[in-house]
Design a protein around this ligand. Structure first.
Ligand code: CA
Length: 231
């Protein structure tokens, strides 16, 4: 019997803690990945050149430098996606405060199942992403091609209409979009007088994207006119 072997994705794990390196090596292999390990940035650079992995799991604190700096270096030189791994949420705050271009983030300790789900999600993303298809505002990142919204790296689930409304406002960032335009674009044929459904969607979007929905910093209502999305 002939079998077509599916190519296994190669994950480069850059991690100096032996316990994590071992656990990830075993755990990710069981999940169907080929794992190559580096315990410092110098080894990682070598493996990037010799093995061209499909994804890099990158610890923040490494013996010969900062994972944050190495992530920047990778972003400038390679399309390979990076998932940052931090030991503390305070480290993660630092990572998230910097625009280093990581595809996702996890904090130790993490569940293998959660990490695998994130790895698979990142590997599924198209690599030909251009800036035109992504709108960044605040901590939020709206990907118009993939129809996803992430906040500080975490995906936020939106209904189809919520996404379409946010996309409409995001492509006119900083400009007022009238209620009429929103209704015409999203709810063709709905009377302006019967537009409560629009307000319901705006309210739900605020609950999902704003830190404090009562005092929004991104999604503003311009009374009697429409809505404006700000950075
Ligand atoms: Ca470390």
């Amino acid at each position: 019997m002939s079998q077509v072997a599916e190519r296994r994705s190669v994950i480069l794990v850059v991690e100096d803690e032996a316990s994590y390196q071992d656990a990830l090596s075993v755990g990710l292999s069981v999940e169907g990945f080929d794992v190559i390990g580096a315990t410092n940035i110098a080894e990682a650079r070598h493996l990037m050149n010799t093995r061209s992995p499909d994804l890099v799991l990158l610890d923040v604190m490494l013996p010969d430098g900062s994972g944050v700096d190495y992530c920047r270096e990778l972003r400038a030189s390679s399309p390979t996606p990076v998932i940052m791994v931090s030991a503390r949420s305070s480290e993660l705050d630092v990572v998230l405060g910097l625009e280093i271009g990581a595809a996702d983030y996890v904090t130790k300790p993490f569940r293998l199942r959660e990490l695998v789900a994130r790895i698979r999600a990142v590997l599924r993303r198209p690599t030909s992403e251009t800036d035109d298809e992504v709108v960044n505002f605040g901590d939020l990142r709206l990907d118009l091609m993939r129809r996803t919204l992430t906040k500080r790296g975490r995906e936020i689930t939106l209904s189809r209409k919520e996404f379409d409304l946010l996309a409409l406002l995001a492509t006119r960032l900083g400009q007022v979009v009238t209620r009429e335009t929103c209704l015409d674009t999203l709810w063709w044929g709905l009377e302006l007088s019967d537009s409560r459904t629009l307000d319901t969607h705006v309210k739900r979007l605020r609950q999902k994207i704003e830190d404090d929905p009562a005092t929004p910093v991104h999604l503003h209502t311009i009374r009697g006119v429409g809505f404006r999305l700000d950075l």
